[in-house]
Design a protein around this ligand. Sequence first.
Ligand SMILES: Cc1ncc(COP(=O)(O)O)c(C=O)c1O
Length: 477
Amino acid sequence: MDASWQDFVVTFDDQGLANLSSSASQAIQSLSRPRGPRSNITPQQLHDLIWSIDVCPEEGIALSLVLDELGSTVWSNGVAPSDPACVAHLHPPTLIPSVVTELAIAASNQSMDSWDQAPAATEVELHLMNWLARLAGLPAGASGIMTSGGTASNVLALTLARSWIGSTIGVDVLKTGLPENARSWRIVCSDQAHFSVQRAAAQLGLGRDAVVTVATLESGLMSVDALDTTLDQLARDGQRVIAIVATAGTTDLGVIDPLAEIGERAHSIGAWFHVDAAVAGAFLLSDRLKSRLSGIERADSITIDFHKLWWQPFNASALVIRDADQFDLLRVKSNYLDRGDEIEGMINLVGRSLDTSRRFDAAKVVATLRTLGRHSLAQMLEVVVELTQYAGRAIAAEPALRLVAPPASVMCVFEIPGLGADTVRDIQQRLLASGEMVLGRTEIRGQAALKFTFMNPLTTRADVDCLVAMVVREITA
Ligand SMILES: Cc1ncc(COP(=O)(O)O)c(C=O)c1O
């Protein structure tokens, strides 16, 4: 170690900031990597390489060496989300304003649980949540909270829905647990909804079987007729629908459920209406795309992931709710943190969150929004949506491939007619192993399928042609 431990404590004096700055530029240099979505290192080689590192030597080594080592072992063998062939998941390249703000977030280390650990940061998060709620068309009184991801936002939404339903029958579920009749409580969503709905039901003591799925149309949209039939059947069976979840941008096909109709059904039966807009929530930024989310303004709660189509580094998600007073359903006062006797305006956000200590992720989102502005972000979105349309046409024109459904946002899902699931698996795994392409693989209505997810607005049509050609080459191989 070429410096003493005193030199590593982040301080905000000139010396402390100079130490941070020189290390930051070394960390940035360590990110340099060869082109390609990943290296072709085998899982065993990777295991041996990483596990050969002594994670805690008796005496430290120079930070510059540690950063170099991270570069040559981890970053160079990781995935490059900005590579045009990194198309498996909703895994975006990030934006410079957010990445540099990450450094400041870590260095300043505000903790969002209490005002006395994050006075200005609390106001920033509330300001951002207020803006987001307005963008979604929610009324005054709506607000939200940042979470670690879409899964956490969905769990929080359904936790609130469960407490709210309890409160309508005089039961404080978080205090006394589920009432006897909770065995009949049901959550309704489409068969394309994200698995976090099931996970939430499990965590909330309702059980995964409490989630009733509604059939989707060929395009992947929730069928409103099937929803009506399901709701009628549940009512006849004496089951109580506590929440209906619509998805705005399903994970595979990217489709947006008919939000207005679903919201209307939810409210007509006294159920909470949650919109999982983890994927397509960003469409609210675009004058051209936002009408696709029509009806979102009816939601009681909305999940929006900034770490998807807002190009933020993980973690950054938000749950906004129609009536922010309902966060009180979650609040547990504590003697050391959220006492409830603070001066007016000293808000402790722990009362809204399932976390206690929590990162100041709102800062990087605001830095991005302010640096790029709504128009540039909308343009980036429109570029990836248009690129996906192009890819859909390229796949449809390729006889060896069959497009499962017209692309609805940034995903193209396709099958390989005549090939079984094992061969489809081999194709995806071979491309991953060779480091040529990180390709998505999924299953739609029991049929193995491959998936491109376009998250990079710098990807070109020529790149798309290459991706299609690579898949076709693998089929014939
Ligand atoms: C529709 C939808 N909701 C929720 C999630 C979960 O998001 P996260 O991975 O941020 O927990 C995803 C992830 O892809 C998703 O597609």
